[in-house]
Design a protein around this ligand. Structure first.
Ligand SMILES: [Zn+2]
Length: 349
């Protein structure tokens, strides 16, 4: 068979094959079969070996032209197939915007957040404005500026998370007092919600991570009675019902005199139950008149200005309001639990 006959035969088989293939993988297979080192076109080189030197250039040109012609067909087919494949893939991946959306559950507001917001709203209605301070703070703002003695047990590593360079995680929101007193001038009437951290064993009653709301008022002629009146007014507003409030003397380094605020047990109406440890009362806040040392350290003249301060444990209040018995419930963040709580106590807040 002559070279030209052979080429005709190759061309017709090639074209037949080309029309029948349906993927770019087939194109690769054809490329190797026809144009590979040991492929069909390479086998035509034997005609060159057998040809006379005069015929050789002409035959070489015919073989090359054939190679170019066929490979250009193959390239075109490959382009067409790649486009088809891409369109097919896009069609498969396309999003049908007319389909109905998957149903999804709305999140439930965290009980701690609810209490924080409610408490801040009540104090705002009493004329307090919100103040903030860092969670990661220094010993000065967390202890020294608040009149803690050098050897106070709260400064112990057992109780406080320390970091290099005198930093610590604040153990109470009272650091807000020092920050704001150093940067503002009285009168100041501040409510400061925030996170606190203590190096304690986690149990159903205590956690390493919790929330407090600090409040303080500094001005001329602020008196102790005002603090007592504020505490008497606040709790009934929060619980939405009459609440009996009582005060007991207590000690905190940054107040003098200091007191604990108790409310009549909301669960047993002071009859005595497990929640109130059969005392009929629940501790809900610490408070007192700001110690003159705290004012003087922040360069506020304690001869001219006085102030009161109070701190409320948020988780404790949320536990009372929502009947949650384990403080760890708040950090487990199970939306199903919060959903139940929200349904059961939807009338509380
Ligand atoms: Zn009780």
């Amino acid at each position: 068979m002559s070279l030209l006959d052979q080429i005709d035969q190759i061309r017709s088989t090639f074209m037949e094959e080309l029309y029948s293939i349906s993927s770019s993988k087939d194109v690769e297979r054809m490329r190797i079969h026809y144009f590979g080192k040991k492929g069909t076109i390479a086998s035509l080189m034997r005609f060159l070996r057998d040809a006379t030197p005069e015929d050789r250039p002409n035959l070489g040109k015919i073989i090359n032209d054939t190679k170019e012609e066929l490979s250009s067909h193959l390239e075109n087919t490959q382009k067409r197939l790649l486009i088809q494949e891409r369109q097919h893939r896009f069609a498969k991946e396309a999003i049908d915007v007319t389909l109905p959306a998957e149903p999804f559950r709305l999140g439930i507001e965290h009980p701690v957040q609810k209490v924080l917001q409610e408490v801040v709203a009540i104090f705002s209605s009493f004329g307090f404005s919100v103040g903030l301070a860092p969670d990661l703070d220094t010993e000065h703002y967390n202890f020294t500026g608040l009149n803690f003695a050098e050897d106070h047990p709260a400064k112990d590593m057992q109780d406080t998370f320390y970091f290099p360079k005198d930093y610590l995680l604040r153990t109470h929101t009272s650091n807000v007092q020092v920050h704001l007193m150093e940067n503002q001038k009285p009168p100041m009437k501040i409510i400061a919600p925030g996170k606190c951290f203590r190096n304690e064993t986690v149990s159903s009653r205590s956690h390493v991570f919790f929330h407090q709301i600090e409040g303080f008022y500094i001005d001329q002629n602020v008196c102790f009675t005002e603090l007592l009146e504020l505490m008497r007014a606040f709790w009934p507003k929060l619980f939405g019902t009459k609440v009996k409030v009582r005060f007991r003397p207590s000690y905190f380094p940054f107040v003098e005199p200091g007191l604990e605020v108790d409310i009549a047990c909301t669960q047993c109406q002071s009859q005595g139950c497990k929640l109130c440890k059969y005392t009929g009362w629940l501790e809900v806040a610490g408070a007192g008149m700001i110690h003159p040392n705290v004012l003087d350290q922040a360069k506020i003249d304690s001869e001219v200005y006085q102030g009161y301060a109070f701190g409320i444990g948020v988780e404790r209040i949320a536990m009372l309001l929502y009947g949650i018995e384990d403080i760890r419930t708040f950090s487990r963040n199970d939306p199903r639990v919060f959903e139940q709580v929200a349904l059961k106590y939807s009338s509380v807040l």
